[in-house]
Design a protein around this ligand. Structure first.
Ligand SMILES: CC(C)(COP(=O)(O)OP(=O)(O)OC[C@H]1O[C@@H](n2cnc3c(N)ncnc32)[C@H](O)[C@@H]1OP(=O)(O)O)[C@@H](O)C(=O)NCCC(=O)NCCS
Length: 201
């Protein structure tokens, strides 16, 4: 059964049901398209490329000031990211967009995990613009990707987080993920520490 839209009071009441996340299902259907109050979470399509680029670049600049070099954040380009999103969205992908009052404000994207042994799925990106945070949108986007990956046969999920990104770490810990590894990466010439958080089915 495919649901075109589910309108409910809060993200926690979304009709999600998938392996390992308990009894939260409504008719056992997934979040192909789901609404949370005035928020709609839906699969991204090719025409979303420019909006996804804007969300990604703006969110990076909002979130990573002081964590990543200024010159790196300044150099981020909407046009480059739009091109990358066009390419990503040309093929089937677990990419979702959150639309608040008609304006795209968040995105999440996942796929097969290639960065860490022992996990099959990976949440590659999760960004909610600051002005839209704290309304359950991050959780709803997380759930949408998690569900899509579980349906694809990858129920356990990994996500890499900058160690300095305390807010995101708190969010993932609140959702029940646990640290499973660490790595260092070079970003814009700076060495940064990353933590892998995992959700095991
Ligand atoms: C991290 C992020 C995705 C969270 O999204 P959000 O929409 O603000 O979070 P939500 O409102 O969906 O919160 C969901 C739950 O997590 C909890 N939560 C959120 N941040 C938390 C934190 N830092 N510590 C503990 N709990 C937290 C909320 O209280 C809420 O709890 P509840 O559902 O039990 O009431 C968002 O802040 C964001 O995009 N940040 C900038 C980009 C970023 O860092 N992305 C992650 C890169 S790996």
């Amino acid at each position: 059964m495919r649901v075109e839209e589910v309108v409910v009071d809060h993200g926690r009441a979304l009709g999600f049901s998938w392996p390992g996340r308990g009894e939260r299902g409504v008719n056992g259907v997934g979040p192909e398209t789901a609404g949370v109050k005035d928020v709609v979470i839906r699969r991204a399509c090719a025409t979303d490329a420019a909006d996804l680029a804007r969300i990604q670049v703006d969110s990076w600049r909002e979130t990573y000031r002081g964590m990543l070099p200024d010159h790196y954040l300044r150099a981020l380009s909407y046009a480059d990211h739009e091109r990358l999103w066009r390419r990503t969205l040309a093929a089937p992908s677990a990419t979702f967009v959150a639309v608040l009052d008609g304006r795209p404000v968040g995105l999440a994207s996942g796929g097969r995990c290639r960065s860490f042994r022992g996990f099959s799925g990976e949440l590659h990106l999760l960004y909610v613009l600051r002005a839209a945070q704290g309304r359950g949108i991050g959780r709803a986007l997380f759930d949408a990707v998690h569900y899509a990956l579980a349906v694809a046969g990858w129920p356990d999920m990994l996500v890499w987080v900058l160690a300095a990104n305390r807010r995101a770490r708190g969010f993932y810990e609140h959702l029940g993920l646990e640290p499973v590894g660490r790595a260092t990466a070079l970003v814009g010439g700076a060495r940064v520490e990353e933590i892998a958080y995992g959700w095991r089915d």
